[in-house]
Design a binder for this molecule. Structure first.
Ligand SMILES: [Zn+2]
Length: 293
């Protein structure tokens, strides 16, 4: 029997088989879909919480949603249920709450497993792009680190969300500050160059190859394992999301490589122009870069 959750009258009024009034005996009863226990509306006798069984028509804020063998559904107050059908409301609610909890948990795990299979297939398509991004970024990092002063400045710029600042002399000499600081350029995605990349490829590869079996296996285990199954599914989700972000950041940075020249130009201008650095940036930009001047 399906278990229904009732939070308000609207929940049973929305059901297509619901009938507000009918006549029945215990023989007509197929089962109980739910108990309900709604807040009392003080002073109101106009509520729709009326017992629909055998002409009772009284207000019962506590009772049952019943299903009949002929398919119709109706509500019955808990006292009428005890008198006409021998139903114990308290006993029913206790077992109902527990059965509902278990059913909800099983449904959540089944959904997590189904999603895990989709995610694993998607994760499989991320392995190659992730490998490519990692190789590119490690090479870029290795090449740029040799230009120590530039690298340190780049790191500082990354901490400022990629903003390259330039100091401009003020025309107005009477002003207390002699320079204005303006944003000369913005290098998007720069933070990815300073992040921890070491486990990217192994994490997403492991996710693509092993998670579906692990999660599915846990889903067949005892109820105590359900919680850890959900936690694993969430972890898998996280890995896929992080990998997608990594690949996105990589492609953002790759198309913003030329902006790095601005760091050299505006923040290291006393060090003079480095042709070696320029060649490195040109190589990694993979195209004729537009240098900021
Ligand atoms: Zn009644």
């Amino acid at each position: 029997m399906e278990l229904v959750s009732i939070q308000s009258e609207a929940d049973w009024l929305a059901r297509s088989a619901f009938v507000p009034e009918l006549r029945m005996t215990l023989d007509d009863l197929q089962g109980i879909l739910s108990g309900y226990d709604l807040p009392r509306v003080s002073g109101s006798k106009q509520g729709v919480v009326r017992c629909g069984v055998n002409g009772c028509n009284r207000l019962h804020y506590k009772g049952f949603l019943l299903k009949l063998k002929d398919g119709r559904e109706t509500i019955m107050g808990w006292q009428c249920g005890a008198r006409d059908l021998g139903l114990d409301f308290k006993e029913f609610q206790t077992s109902y709450v527990e059965r509902k909890r278990q059913a909800d948990q099983r449904a959540a795990v089944a959904a997590a497993i189904a999603e895990a299979h989709l995610l694993a297939a998607h994760a499989g398509t991320l392995v190659e792009p992730c490998r490519e991004a990692l190789e590119y970024l490690l090479n870029l990092r290795g090449s740029l680190q040799r230009h120590t002063a530039f690298w340190d400045n780049l790191k500082a710029v990354a901490k400022m969300d990629g903003r390259v600042l330039r100091e401009l002399k003020r025309a107005d000499e009477r002003s207390s500050a002699k320079v204005d600081v303006v944003e000369a350029a913005r290098i998007h995605g720069l933070a990815v160059l300073f992040g921890d990349m070491s486990r990217r490829v192994s994490d997403i590869t492991y996710t693509a190859e092993n998670w579906p079996a692990e999660v599915a296996g846990a889903g067949r285990g005892p109820p105590s394992e359900l919680k850890s199954t959900l936690a694993r599914a969430r972890k898998m989700h996280e890995t896929v999301r992080d990998t997608e972000k990594f690949i996105r950041d990589y492609s953002t940075l790759r198309s913003a490589i030329h902006g790095m020249w601005a760091v050299h130009h505006f923040q290291l201008r006393r060090a003079g122009k480095s042709n070696a650095l320029r060649r490195v940036l040109e190589r990694f930009a993979g195209q004729e870069p537009v240098w900021a001047d």
